[in-house]
Design a protein around this ligand. Structure first.
Ligand SMILES: NC(=O)c1ccc[n+]([C@@H]2O[C@H](COP(=O)([O-])OP(=O)(O)OC[C@H]3O[C@@H](n4cnc5c(N)ncnc54)[C@H](O)[C@@H]3O)[C@@H](O)[C@H]2O)c1
Length: 279
């Protein structure tokens, strides 16, 4: 399987490591063909780690049609904007896609339906890894029988919200937070808009469960937290589901949990391995 990666940051780097010299290597079925990042220095930094330099690098979507011919799968691990920019053309070209910036699928009205329609027409698969949470399997199963409520509480150290526009607009000085502070309470649909880099998991939960309006989200900045903690409470016909994941933040991007990159790699492994375990 020939792969193109969009986004050479924390997640993209771990995925490329796994393809180049880890569990997904060429002998196991995956080969890295192109890398895209709007910052060329990030592409170069990533390439320095690799044993095999990918043939194609780009800093944007110009000439995308030609390079899409070189791959079977496009992995988006860049930003919400990048989903429309790269995933839609990849699907039109009949390629499989994996999406990490899941928030785009509920904050960009109509995008998910558009993706589903093109994927159906072209016979392509769209992979959305569980990311930084566990419990998607139970939620998907529970949704078949009916789910009444889903609540997510995301708790991160204040530095995990650095540069966030919603926090800035409310005049919150992250460096002055001395005890836990609730930054947001509301539906997942709004949470992904205000915290595009922090609560992709709210989008994944919404898609697997009861949708972005009914899924409730609380976002907390907690100076005593050393991990990115996600707690999920769901109630349905099946009973109750409670999951708490205490994530080690990525060393290069504290907004991102290490488990998110591992989840992407596990999803890729699932594509090339014939046995699928879990729902
Ligand atoms: N699904 C999940 O659970 C989950 C968890 C963590 C992060 N994420 C999301 O995955 C994405 C990647 O996360 P990360 O930690 O690797 O981020 P990162 O900031 O470390 O890296 C992203 C890279 O993509 C590049 N980029 C962004 N937009 C681009 C565009 N339009 N065109 C080309 N390059 C672009 C940036 O320059 C950067 O190098 C983010 O959107 C993040 O919010 C999802």
């Amino acid at each position: 399987m020939r792969v193109g990666v969009v986004g050479c940051g924390a997640i993209g780097t771990e995925i490329c490591d796994a393809i180049d010299h880890g569990v997904l290597g060429k002998e196991r079925g995956m080969e890295l063909k192109f890398l895209i990042d709007k910052h060329p220095e990030r592409i170069e930094k990533l390439i320095k780690r690799l044993k095999r330099r990918p043939e194609i690098t780009r800093t944007g979507s110009e000439g995308l049609t030609e390079i899409l011919e070189e791959v079977d799968l496009v992995i988006e691990c860049a930003s919400q904007d990048a989903v429309r920019e790269f995933v839609i053309p990849a699907l039109h070209a009949g390629k499989e896609v994996m999406i990490m910036s899941v928030g785009a699928l509920i904050s960009d009205e109509g995008l998910l339906d558009e993706i589903v329609d093109i994927a159906k027409e072209k016979g392509c698969r769209v992979y959305i890894p569980s990311g930084a949470i566990a419990g998607i399997d139970g939620l998907k199963s529970g949704a078949i029988g009916g789910i009444h409520s889903v609540e997510l509480t995301t708790r991160k150290p204040p530095r995990g919200f650095e540069g966030n526009a919603y926090v800035k607009e409310r005049g919150i000085d992250l460096s002055m937070i001395e005890s836990e502070k609730t930054l947001f309470v509301g539906p997942a649909k709004e949470a992904v808009r205000y915290f595009p880099e922090n609560v992709n998991v709210a989008a994944s939960l919404s898609i697997a469960g009861i949708g972005p309006d009914a899924t409730k989200v609380k976002v907390v900045a907690d100076p005593s937290a050393t991990e990115n903690i996600h707690e999920i409470h769901a109630i349905g016909e099946f009973g109750k589901l409670m999951v708490r994941v205490e994530n080690v933040p990525s060393p290069t991007n504290p907004k991102t949990s290490h488990l998110a990159a591992l989840s992407a790699i596990a999803t890729l492994k699932g594509i090339i391995y014939p046995v699928r375990v879990g729902t």
